[in-house]
Design a protein around this ligand. Sequence first.
Ligand code: GSH
Length: 230
Amino acid sequence: MITFYYNLAPNPMKVALCLEEMGLPYELKPVDTRKGEQHHPDYLTINPNAKVPAIVDQDTGATVFDSNAILLYLAEKTGRFLPPEDPVERGELLSWLMFVATGVGPFSGQAVHFKRDAPDPKEYAVNRYLFEARRHYSILDARLAGRPYMLGGIYTIVDMAVWGWARMVPFILGEDAWTTFPNLKRLLDEISARPAAQAAIALKDQHAFKTEMDEEARRHLFRHVTPQWN
Ligand SMILES: N[C@@H](CCC(=O)N[C@@H](CS)C(=O)NCC(=O)O)C(=O)O
């Protein structure tokens, strides 16, 4: 059994998709980040970075945090959704997994933060992060031109990592963004139609997470405003 610490944000959703694709039994532990549950001392022993997702695998005793690390862990555990064992393929797998983890995710997250939550003046930051987010999605789109999946002919954990963020493209870049990224949209639609993705999306009905971005939520999510280190 795997314990899955989650909310409905893009990084946990990748892991939900992966658990469903692999048919692994898991139990849900909601972490309501707008109520500050990510900072609870018990949760920090699981993810010292105070973010979701994280998993605890009771079969092996492993605790894993950071979404793409979890995808790789689960793929290696099951031997599934990986490219063939070959150094060239392995290189591509690692490159694209890290590209999503260190580029697509952080730039998208910061673009939303500055656009929606930061105080003025913020024009420079909004422009920078939107530009970088758009640039990263255009690299994904170019990679998918003439290739069904990120690593070629087979659906892998890299596509699952991409799916988590591709769902957010209209929210991040605007409703008309899909006209620019047709290949990425094709991959998103194909994965979203899979039963595993439908099951992952249905997790929204399992728990009522706080939705208000009120003073309490801002205090827990934007700790630089009133710094506290524990
Ligand atoms: N590198 C981490 C990032 C995780 C992350 O930023 N999670 C967000 C939700 S998508 C979160 O927990 N935010 C709450 C907070 O920042 O306090 C991963 O890929 O798992």
